[in-house]
Design a protein around this ligand. Structure first.
Ligand SMILES: C[S@@+](CC[C@H](N)C(=O)[O-])C[C@H]1O[C@@H](n2cnc3c(N)ncnc32)[C@H](O)[C@@H]1O
Length: 265
Protein backbone atom coordinates (compact mmCIF):
# COMPACT_ATOMS: atom_id res chain seq x y z
CA UNK A 1 0.00 0.00 0.00
CA UNK A 2 2.75 2.40 1.08
CA UNK A 3 5.02 1.46 -1.86
CA UNK A 4 2.13 1.94 -4.27
CA UNK A 5 1.26 5.40 -2.98
CA UNK A 6 4.96 6.44 -3.12
CA UNK A 7 5.16 5.17 -6.70
CA UNK A 8 2.17 7.25 -7.73
CA UNK A 9 3.60 10.30 -5.91
CA UNK A 10 6.88 9.89 -7.81
CA UNK A 11 4.96 9.56 -11.06
CA UNK A 12 3.39 13.00 -10.43
CA UNK A 13 6.73 14.58 -9.46
CA UNK A 14 8.30 13.31 -12.70
CA UNK A 15 5.31 14.52 -14.74
CA UNK A 16 5.43 17.98 -13.12
CA UNK A 17 9.20 18.23 -13.51
CA UNK A 18 8.69 17.37 -17.19
CA UNK A 19 6.22 20.27 -17.57
CA UNK A 20 8.63 22.58 -15.81
CA UNK A 21 11.66 21.62 -17.93
CA UNK A 22 9.59 22.11 -21.06
CA UNK A 23 8.72 25.62 -19.86
CA UNK A 24 12.50 26.27 -19.73
CA UNK A 25 12.86 25.03 -23.30
CA UNK A 26 14.40 21.66 -22.37
CA UNK A 27 12.57 18.81 -24.07
CA UNK A 28 12.21 15.18 -22.95
CA UNK A 29 14.34 14.08 -25.92
CA UNK A 30 17.24 16.32 -24.93
CA UNK A 31 17.11 15.01 -21.35
CA UNK A 32 17.05 11.41 -22.55
CA UNK A 33 19.85 11.76 -25.12
CA UNK A 34 22.40 14.04 -23.48
CA UNK A 35 24.57 12.50 -20.76
CA UNK A 36 26.22 15.79 -19.94
CA UNK A 37 23.24 18.05 -20.27
CA UNK A 38 24.61 21.60 -20.13
CA UNK A 39 22.37 24.04 -18.37
CA UNK A 40 22.72 27.79 -18.31
CA UNK A 41 23.14 29.45 -14.92
CA UNK A 42 19.59 30.75 -15.20
CA UNK A 43 18.21 27.28 -16.02
CA UNK A 44 20.08 25.71 -13.06
CA UNK A 45 18.78 28.39 -10.73
CA UNK A 46 15.22 27.91 -11.94
CA UNK A 47 15.49 24.13 -11.51
CA UNK A 48 16.73 24.61 -7.95
CA UNK A 49 13.81 26.97 -7.30
CA UNK A 50 11.43 24.41 -8.80
CA UNK A 51 12.58 21.76 -6.33
CA UNK A 52 12.43 24.03 -3.29
CA UNK A 53 8.95 25.33 -4.28
CA UNK A 54 7.80 21.80 -5.07
CA UNK A 55 9.01 20.46 -1.73
CA UNK A 56 7.18 23.29 0.02
CA UNK A 57 4.01 22.02 -1.67
CA UNK A 58 3.50 25.00 -4.01
CA UNK A 59 0.99 23.87 -6.67
CA UNK A 60 2.52 23.26 -10.09
CA UNK A 61 0.36 25.99 -11.71
CA UNK A 62 1.93 28.58 -9.40
CA UNK A 63 5.44 27.28 -10.13
CA UNK A 64 4.86 27.39 -13.89
CA UNK A 65 2.78 30.60 -13.64
CA UNK A 66 0.31 28.95 -15.98
CA UNK A 67 -3.09 27.20 -15.97
CA UNK A 68 -5.11 25.82 -18.81
CA UNK A 69 -8.82 26.59 -18.66
CA UNK A 70 -11.37 25.97 -21.41
CA UNK A 71 -8.47 25.18 -23.77
CA UNK A 72 -6.72 28.51 -23.18
CA UNK A 73 -3.58 29.33 -21.21
CA UNK A 74 -3.80 31.82 -18.37
CA UNK A 75 -1.09 33.55 -16.37
CA UNK A 76 -1.51 32.50 -12.73
CA UNK A 77 0.27 33.33 -9.50
CA UNK A 78 -0.56 33.10 -5.84
CA UNK A 79 -2.60 36.32 -6.00
CA UNK A 80 -5.45 34.36 -7.62
CA UNK A 81 -7.27 31.05 -7.29
CA UNK A 82 -6.03 28.32 -9.63
CA UNK A 83 -8.84 27.78 -12.18
CA UNK A 84 -10.58 24.44 -11.60
CA UNK A 85 -11.73 22.18 -14.46
CA UNK A 86 -15.25 21.91 -12.97
CA UNK A 87 -15.69 25.67 -13.41
CA UNK A 88 -15.66 25.14 -17.19
CA UNK A 89 -19.27 23.94 -16.84
CA UNK A 90 -20.32 27.55 -16.22
CA UNK A 91 -18.80 28.66 -19.52
CA UNK A 92 -20.62 25.87 -21.41
CA UNK A 93 -23.89 26.67 -19.65
CA UNK A 94 -23.64 30.40 -20.40
CA UNK A 95 -22.78 29.77 -24.08
CA UNK A 96 -25.75 27.37 -24.37
CA UNK A 97 -28.08 30.24 -23.43
CA UNK A 98 -27.29 31.71 -26.87
CA UNK A 99 -27.63 35.25 -25.61
CA UNK A 100 -28.34 37.98 -28.14
CA UNK A 101 -25.62 40.28 -29.51
CA UNK A 102 -24.59 42.95 -26.95
CA UNK A 103 -26.14 41.08 -24.03
CA UNK A 104 -24.61 42.33 -20.79
CA UNK A 105 -23.00 39.78 -18.46
CA UNK A 106 -21.42 40.40 -15.07
CA UNK A 107 -18.95 37.96 -13.61
CA UNK A 108 -18.50 38.54 -9.88
CA UNK A 109 -15.16 37.62 -8.31
CA UNK A 110 -13.27 37.17 -11.55
CA UNK A 111 -9.87 36.21 -10.05
CA UNK A 112 -7.58 35.34 -12.97
CA UNK A 113 -10.38 36.30 -15.38
CA UNK A 114 -10.56 32.73 -16.71
CA UNK A 115 -14.40 32.53 -16.93
CA UNK A 116 -14.95 35.97 -18.47
CA UNK A 117 -12.05 35.67 -20.92
CA UNK A 118 -13.16 32.21 -22.07
CA UNK A 119 -16.68 33.53 -22.68
CA UNK A 120 -15.38 36.63 -24.43
CA UNK A 121 -13.15 34.55 -26.71
CA UNK A 122 -15.99 32.17 -27.57
CA UNK A 123 -18.49 34.96 -28.19
CA UNK A 124 -17.01 38.39 -28.98
CA UNK A 125 -20.56 39.78 -29.32
CA UNK A 126 -21.19 39.61 -25.57
CA UNK A 127 -20.35 42.53 -23.29
CA UNK A 128 -18.80 41.44 -20.02
CA UNK A 129 -18.16 43.32 -16.80
CA UNK A 130 -15.79 41.33 -14.59
CA UNK A 131 -15.52 42.51 -10.99
CA UNK A 132 -13.28 41.70 -8.07
CA UNK A 133 -12.64 43.35 -4.74
CA UNK A 134 -8.95 42.43 -4.79
CA UNK A 135 -6.53 44.76 -6.61
CA UNK A 136 -4.09 41.86 -6.83
CA UNK A 137 -6.64 39.68 -8.62
CA UNK A 138 -7.57 42.53 -10.97
CA UNK A 139 -3.87 42.99 -11.87
CA UNK A 140 -3.66 39.31 -12.85
CA UNK A 141 -6.98 39.45 -14.76
CA UNK A 142 -5.71 42.52 -16.60
CA UNK A 143 -2.56 40.66 -17.70
CA UNK A 144 -4.76 37.86 -19.06
CA UNK A 145 -7.20 40.23 -20.80
CA UNK A 146 -4.23 41.85 -22.54
CA UNK A 147 -2.46 38.61 -23.45
CA UNK A 148 -5.65 37.24 -25.02
CA UNK A 149 -6.37 40.60 -26.64
CA UNK A 150 -10.06 40.52 -25.73
CA UNK A 151 -11.90 43.81 -26.25
CA UNK A 152 -15.32 42.99 -24.80
CA UNK A 153 -14.41 42.81 -21.08
CA UNK A 154 -14.40 45.66 -18.62
CA UNK A 155 -12.54 44.95 -15.36
CA UNK A 156 -13.94 46.81 -12.37
CA UNK A 157 -13.00 46.93 -8.71
CA UNK A 158 -16.27 46.47 -6.87
CA UNK A 159 -17.97 44.73 -3.96
CA UNK A 160 -19.71 42.20 -6.21
CA UNK A 161 -21.94 44.33 -8.50
CA UNK A 162 -22.63 47.29 -6.25
CA UNK A 163 -21.22 49.45 -9.12
CA UNK A 164 -23.90 48.33 -11.60
CA UNK A 165 -27.19 50.04 -12.47
CA UNK A 166 -30.59 48.52 -11.75
CA UNK A 167 -32.23 46.28 -14.37
CA UNK A 168 -29.21 46.35 -16.69
CA UNK A 169 -27.86 42.78 -16.75
CA UNK A 170 -28.88 39.76 -18.82
CA UNK A 171 -26.75 37.27 -16.91
CA UNK A 172 -24.81 37.08 -13.64
CA UNK A 173 -22.12 34.48 -13.10
CA UNK A 174 -20.19 33.82 -9.94
CA UNK A 175 -17.86 31.28 -8.41
CA UNK A 176 -17.54 33.14 -5.10
CA UNK A 177 -15.66 32.12 -1.95
CA UNK A 178 -17.76 29.43 -0.26
CA UNK A 179 -15.70 27.68 2.42
CA UNK A 180 -16.35 28.20 6.12
CA UNK A 181 -13.39 29.76 7.96
CA UNK A 182 -12.82 26.41 9.77
CA UNK A 183 -13.24 24.16 6.71
CA UNK A 184 -10.93 21.14 6.86
CA UNK A 185 -10.03 21.52 3.15
CA UNK A 186 -8.22 24.79 3.87
CA UNK A 187 -5.09 22.95 5.02
CA UNK A 188 -4.65 21.68 1.43
CA UNK A 189 -5.23 25.14 -0.04
CA UNK A 190 -2.73 27.15 1.98
CA UNK A 191 -1.01 28.66 -1.07
CA UNK A 192 -4.22 30.13 -2.54
CA UNK A 193 -5.50 33.58 -1.51
CA UNK A 194 -7.78 33.34 1.51
CA UNK A 195 -10.08 36.05 0.07
CA UNK A 196 -10.86 33.65 -2.80
CA UNK A 197 -11.74 30.79 -0.46
CA UNK A 198 -13.63 31.72 2.68
CA UNK A 199 -16.77 33.58 3.60
CA UNK A 200 -18.80 33.83 6.82
CA UNK A 201 -20.74 30.56 7.37
CA UNK A 202 -19.67 29.45 3.88
CA UNK A 203 -22.82 31.21 2.59
CA UNK A 204 -22.39 34.95 3.10
CA UNK A 205 -21.17 35.55 -0.49
CA UNK A 206 -24.35 33.94 -1.89
CA UNK A 207 -26.54 36.12 0.38
CA UNK A 208 -24.75 39.33 -0.59
CA UNK A 209 -24.78 38.51 -4.30
CA UNK A 210 -28.44 37.41 -4.40
CA UNK A 211 -29.54 40.66 -2.73
CA UNK A 212 -27.61 42.75 -5.28
CA UNK A 213 -28.46 40.54 -8.25
CA UNK A 214 -32.26 40.62 -8.10
CA UNK A 215 -32.34 44.40 -8.64
CA UNK A 216 -29.51 44.52 -11.23
CA UNK A 217 -30.93 41.84 -13.55
CA UNK A 218 -33.43 42.65 -16.28
CA UNK A 219 -36.68 40.76 -16.17
CA UNK A 220 -35.91 37.34 -17.71
CA UNK A 221 -32.26 37.67 -16.65
CA UNK A 222 -30.45 34.66 -15.21
CA UNK A 223 -27.92 33.91 -12.51
CA UNK A 224 -25.60 30.95 -12.02
CA UNK A 225 -23.43 30.09 -9.01
CA UNK A 226 -20.75 27.51 -8.53
CA UNK A 227 -20.83 26.28 -4.92
CA UNK A 228 -19.68 23.51 -2.60
CA UNK A 229 -21.14 20.05 -3.17
CA UNK A 230 -23.21 20.19 0.04
CA UNK A 231 -24.55 23.71 -0.51
CA UNK A 232 -27.17 23.27 -3.27
CA UNK A 233 -30.10 23.31 -0.81
CA UNK A 234 -28.93 26.44 1.05
CA UNK A 235 -27.98 28.31 -2.14
CA UNK A 236 -31.40 27.48 -3.69
CA UNK A 237 -33.09 28.71 -0.50
CA UNK A 238 -31.16 32.00 -0.60
CA UNK A 239 -32.13 32.52 -4.26
CA UNK A 240 -35.79 31.74 -3.47
CA UNK A 241 -35.84 34.11 -0.47
CA UNK A 242 -34.57 36.89 -2.74
CA UNK A 243 -37.33 36.42 -5.31
CA UNK A 244 -35.66 34.20 -7.92
CA UNK A 245 -37.72 31.57 -9.78
CA UNK A 246 -37.00 28.44 -11.85
CA UNK A 247 -34.22 27.43 -9.48
CA UNK A 248 -32.30 24.34 -10.54
CA UNK A 249 -29.10 22.66 -9.35
CA UNK A 250 -26.80 20.78 -11.70
CA UNK A 251 -24.14 18.16 -11.11
CA UNK A 252 -20.46 18.05 -11.98
CA UNK A 253 -18.79 15.10 -13.72
CA UNK A 254 -18.55 13.28 -10.39
CA UNK A 255 -22.32 13.52 -9.93
CA UNK A 256 -22.08 16.15 -7.16
CA UNK A 257 -24.42 19.15 -7.01
CA UNK A 258 -22.02 21.99 -7.81
CA UNK A 259 -23.98 24.65 -9.68
CA UNK A 260 -27.32 26.35 -9.09
CA UNK A 261 -29.01 28.64 -11.58
CA UNK A 262 -32.19 30.68 -11.44
CA UNK A 263 -34.20 33.34 -13.25
CA UNK A 264 -35.67 36.72 -12.43
CA UNK A 265 -39.18 36.71 -13.86
C1 LIG B 1 -13.32 31.38 -5.82
S1 LIG B 1 -12.49 32.78 -6.49
C2 LIG B 1 -13.03 32.66 -8.18
C3 LIG B 1 -12.01 33.13 -9.18
C4 LIG B 1 -12.38 32.82 -10.64
N1 LIG B 1 -13.64 33.40 -11.00
C5 LIG B 1 -12.42 31.32 -10.87
O1 LIG B 1 -13.54 30.76 -10.98
O2 LIG B 1 -11.35 30.69 -10.96
C6 LIG B 1 -13.46 34.09 -5.82
C7 LIG B 1 -13.03 35.51 -6.19
O3 LIG B 1 -13.96 36.42 -5.54
C8 LIG B 1 -13.25 37.59 -5.14
N2 LIG B 1 -14.03 38.25 -4.08
C9 LIG B 1 -14.12 37.95 -2.76
N3 LIG B 1 -14.95 38.79 -2.12
C10 LIG B 1 -15.41 39.66 -3.07
C11 LIG B 1 -16.32 40.75 -3.04
N4 LIG B 1 -16.93 41.14 -1.91
N5 LIG B 1 -16.58 41.41 -4.20
C12 LIG B 1 -15.97 41.04 -5.36
N6 LIG B 1 -15.10 39.99 -5.45
C13 LIG B 1 -14.83 39.31 -4.32
C14 LIG B 1 -11.89 37.05 -4.70
O4 LIG B 1 -10.92 38.07 -4.69
C15 LIG B 1 -11.64 35.95 -5.72
O5 LIG B 1 -10.92 36.44 -6.83
Amino acid sequence: MHAKSNASKHKYIIRDLGYFLKSLGISDTVIALEDNLRLSKEQSLKIEMFFSSYLEGLPIDYILNESVFYGNKFYIDSRVLIPRPETEFIVDWALDLQLKKNSLIAELGTGSGCISISLALENPNLKIIATDISNDALDVANLNVNSHDVRNILLVKSHWISCIQRESLDLIISNPPYLKPNDQHLKDLKHEPIIALITKNGLESFHEIAVQAISRLKSGGKIIFEHGCSQAYEVSKILKENGFKNILSEQDLQGLDRYTHAEKL
